[in-house]
Ligand binder design. Structure first.
Ligand code: MRU
Length: 340
């Protein structure tokens, strides 16, 4: 299989490497993936994360570790382990299902490889298209609020929502980005701040509960945000906290744009009510863990709720930016995604 290089995912000399996002931004460590169980741990531990990147890296792991295996039942079991490693981001299911469709064919090993590489290469193009569409909506002087991390780390290309921001900056638009820190796992503070800093884009890191005040003070003109699964009616799941941002944006009459490729649309899901939401472990809310150490500030064993995602209704969406175009709320409500 050919070598592949993205910020978070590398394939080199037949081996798969993942940039450990739990150690960023303090340390840049590449993990060589040893087997499928190792890959599942890496995905569940959010060392690789973000909808497209989870799917692409799982596909590469399946192609790599099914090499030389002839028992199709064992290969299927391996694929299903990867497919079930996280429940919300639909990109994971799409890549694995596309690969499994070849399992009955004689040369399934090479078809697996082709499919995994195709997912990687395709994602680069999808990111560029979203960035092109999205940047049309950015004006010189805009303050842009974003949540979680949606850049180069979560795709094979330039990113989803952050890709739009990179593109606008590249075009010389003067923008300022307000980065929600994104509790509990701090993807905004650790990863988006790092990516923006590297790109030289002006930003301010804020805690999640400051977003309302930034909007009220007139500092935010647009919200660009990613998605883990888009339903056919335009409802969409994204990192916990997104729903709150969507309500704030609507209240303050600020355009709110989810940005996601067609690979994040669930063509079997009619509305956001049917999107499964991952529930994660309590320690993530009781404190924080990272390259800086392990802190618990809550009482030991404090009862916790920890949904990793929430669903924003289409009513709060101004338009959905996809690689296939920009779909207004009205178009979404009239079933635009059903005909893609
Ligand atoms: O739990 P994570 O860090 O995998 O969640 C990631 C997000 O919610 C992103 O916003 C989403 O995947 C869209 S960006 C590709």
């Amino acid at each position: 299989m050919k070598d592949l290089h993205a910020l978070g995912i590398r394939f080199k000399d037949g081996e798969l490497y993942i940039l450990d996002q739990q150690l960023l931004p303090q340390k840049e460590v590449l993990i060589r993936v040893k087997d499928v169980d190792h890959m599942v741990t890496i995905i569940q531990g959010l060392k690789i994360r973000g909808a497209p990147a989870i799917g692409i890296s799982a596909g590469l792991a399946l192609a790599r570790f099914s090499r030389g295996m002839n028992d199709r039942d064992e290969v299927r079991a391996m694929a299903l382990k990867l497919r079930e490693s996280r429940p919300t981001a639909i990109n994971l299911m799409l890549v694995i299902d596309r690969m499994l469709a070849h399992l009955t064919e004689q040369n399934f090993h090479s078809l697996f490889e082709e499919e995994a590489v195709r997912a990687f290469d395709e994602d680069v193009i999808l990111c560029d298209r979203m960035a092109e569409y999205g940047t049309e909506l950015v004006n010189d002087g805009d303050g842009i609020l974003t949540h979680c991390n949606t850049g180069r780390l979560v795709t094979a290309g330039v990113g989803t929502a952050l890709g739009v921001i990179f593109k606008a900056h590249e075009q010389g638009k003067k923008i300022h980005v307000y980065v929600d820190e994104t509790r509990p796992l701090l993807q905004g503070a650790r990863l988006t701040a790092w990516e923006l800093q590297q790109a030289g884009i002006p930003y301010s890191l804020i805690t999640d509960n400051m977003a309302a005040q930034m909007m009220k003070a007139g500092r935010v003109q647009k919200v660009f945000i990613g998605s883990d699964r888009v339903a056919l009616n335009g409802d969409f799941a994204n990192k916990i906290g997104t729903y709150g941002v969507s309500i704030l944006a609507k209240y303050h009459r600020i355009p709110f744009y989810p940005v996601a490729p067609y690979t994040t649309i669930d063509f079997t899901c009619e509305s956001g009510d049917a999107i499964p939401i991952e529930e994660r472990e309590a320690y993530e809310v009781r404190g924080a863990r990272g390259s800086f150490g392990d802190v618990c500030w809550a009482p030991e064993n404090a009862p916790v709720c920890n949904p990793a995602f929430d669903v924003s209704p289409v009513e709060n969406v101004t338009a959905f930016i996809c690689d296939k175009g920009v779909f207004s709320r009205e178009a979404l409500k009239h079933g635009a995604l059903k005909n893609l």
